[in-house]
Design a protein around this ligand. Structure first.
Ligand code: CA
Length: 268
């Protein structure tokens, strides 16, 4: 086992223990139960663990990824994070945000940024992926009406903002040094969505998957263009007596064109 693999193994061990019961949780359950523990490793486990979650009382993560140089990218839900000068977003937008950290193969914190708006970014983010150029993609779920998006985004506004179902999926790509938001968009309709998995295609395309409870979820060239699940999250469909959850919605998959736009500058 190489040093890199050993470090990653240790961090993954922490992540697994921190994730808790997995993925049947709902936005409200996540917020109410506070059933997440810090992913901060012991100093004995990781030399100079400068920041997996230093200073973070509440953190949740599901995934890590490596860039071609062996740097480790971890993303989690947090209100506090040791961001540095040059970070894309240096302050939490409100409630919890996503936080993304770049950690060297030796365990040193190289960069960190928040990513979120004044609502809550929850349940992860569920997936992190890194492309051959080192760009870092995360996908997740946000209730914020002001989650950071880039010009030319597929969906620049939250499809459920101000309504009963304010959670949309989000997909964001950051530069390798976490200073620039390369691409970011909501993806969702009037119901609730989560984006739960992501990968870069061989051509650089963004491939996403998630769950929706929206009858008006955007489709294009779709195998299944009509929503077949129950109505929105928390509703009582079909004469039932209990509200439905994510499991009563539909899955979705989406493929975005390779990245062509770039924004720059610090957001906050
Ligand atoms: Ca937030």
């Amino acid at each position: 086992m190489t040093a890199n693999q050993s470090l990653l193994h240790m961090i993954l061990g922490v992540v697994v223990s921190a994730a808790g019961p997995a993925d049947a949780t709902t936005p409200s359950q996540v917020v109410q139960k506070k059933d997440v523990v810090s992913a901060k490793p012991s100093t004995a486990a990781v030399p100079s663990p400068t920041g997996v979650t230093s200073g973070t009382p509440f953190a949740r993560t599901h995934n890590v990824a490596l860039d071609p140089q062996g740097n480790i990218f971890i993303a989690f839900q947090a209100h506090e994070c040791p961001v540095m000068a040059g970070a894309f977003q240096r302050k939490c937008g409100g409630q919890d945000d996503y936080a993304v950290e770049k950690i060297s193969p030796n365990g040193g914190l190289l960069a960190a940024t928040f990513l979120g708006g004044r609502g809550i970014e929850i349940n992860g983010p569920d997936h992190v992926a890194v492309d051959r150029s080192g760009n870092v993609m995360i996908v997740g779920c946000s209730s914020s009406p002001d989650y950071p998006v880039t010009s030319g985004a597929l969906q620049p506004s939250n499809g459920g903002a101000g309504g009963k179902y304010p959670f949309d999926g989000v997909v964001s790509v950051l530069s390798n040094d976490l200073s620039t938001l390369v691409y970011s968009s909501y993806i969702g309709g009037s119901g609730d969505e989560m984006a739960r998995a992501c990968a870069f295609g061989p051509d650089g395309s963004l491939c996403l998957g998630g769950v929706t409870t929206s009858r008006d979820f955007l489709t294009k060239n779709a195998y299944q263009s009509q929503y077949a699940g129950d109505p929105g999250f928390g509703s009582i469909p079909n004469g039932g007596s209990a509200p439905v959850g994510w499991g009563n919605g539909d899955c979705w998959v989406a493929k975005f064109r390779p990245l062509v736009t770039k924004n720059s500058g610090e957001r906050r």
